[in-house]
Design a protein around this ligand. Structure first.
Ligand SMILES: Nc1ncnc2c1ncn2[C@@H]1O[C@H](COP(=O)(O)OP(=O)(O)OP(=O)(O)O)[C@@H](O)[C@H]1O
Ligand SMILES: [Mg+2]
Length: 255
């Protein structure tokens, strides 16, 4: 059966959403039936995929609360093999506390992943920063986890914490496998960024940090603002090339 991969990190702003969107689009681009699920109530996936237009904001929160069925919350995208479940009207219809509680406790969370997998979808999940109850729950329902790590000087300080959290999730969910750490926003013109990358590779156990690293590019920022994954907008942009290589590498683990 296809698998669920969640993108998680202790820190905010490290490229989780960018990674989830581009990995999902890159997998769909090579013909894998992919469902991207936004489990972050900030709902950034919607912007990154240009789904912001339209009238109602329906999505995951409406499915979890039982208001809508799966078919009602799955949206088509310009890519035939990519479907998306946006976060939903979290801020409109319920408080974030209720959303967090329902997502963390409701059997519908697992049901959504199971039903998508039964229909042949590989599922990529974007999550809120940190290791709170939502991420805990998503990891309990995942088979793979990917951890983006931004190439900046404080990177390693938060890494120990996230790795402890992941170890806890691995202990609780025997199905879960750590895909590795993905270095993001590598700055080719900044020696500090290169130093962080080599330091991280030296300090962490061999094989934990993926060979593919995502460079910081102006195109990535423009693509997000334009509501298009960079892998579709400009497949030759260096960040897009990295996300496409990541998809090629992970695809065999996800179907
Ligand atoms: N490769 C890249 N090159 C340039 N900018 C990038 C790249 N990846 C991400 N960014 C930018 O960095 C910012 C944070 O990225 P993103 O929203 O993906 O992080 P996040 O971990 O999902 O954040 P949050 O924790 O708030 O959900 C965004 O403005 C995004 O456009
Ligand atoms: Mg995000």
């Amino acid at each position: 059966m296809p698998r669920v991969l969640s993108v998680v990190s202790q820190k905010g702003g490290v490229g989780k959403t960018t990674t989830a969107i581009n990995l999902a689009a890159a997998l769909a681009r090579i013909g894998m039936k992919t469902l991207l699920v936004d489990a972050d109530p900030q709902g950034s996936v919607r912007y990154g995929l240009g789904l912001n237009s339209g009238t109602t904001r329906i999505g995951l929160s409406d499915f979890i609360s039982g208001t809508l069925d799966l078919a009602d919350v799955v949206r088509a995208t310009p890519l035939p093999w990519l479907r998306v479940v946006p976060a939903g009207g979290v801020t409109d219809s319920m408080t974030q506390d209720t959303y967090y509680r329902e997502l963390a406790e409701s059997p519908r969370t697992r049901e959504l992943f199971d039903r998508a997998r039964e229909r042949g979808y590989t599922v990529i999940v974007d999550t809120p920063p940190g290791l709170g109850p939502v991420v805990h729950r998503v990891l309990a329902c995942s088979q793979r986890v990917l951890v983006p790590l931004q190439c900046e000087p404080l990177a390693l300080q938060t890494t120990a914490q996230i790795l402890r959290g992941i170890r806890g999730a691995l202990a609780e969910n025997p199905e879960l496998v750590m895909e590795g750490i993905l270095l993001t926003m590598m700055d080719a013109n900044n020696p500090a960024s290169e130093r962080v990358a080599s330091y991280v590779r030296e300090q962490l156990p061999a094989g934990l940090v993926l060979d593919v690293a995502v460079p910081r590019t102006a195109g990535s920022v423009e693509a997000f603002a334009a509501g298009q994954p960079i892998v579709l907008r400009d497949p030759e942009d260096p960040a897009a090339v990295a996300y496409r290589a990541l998809a090629e590498r992970l695809a065999p683990h996800l179907e």
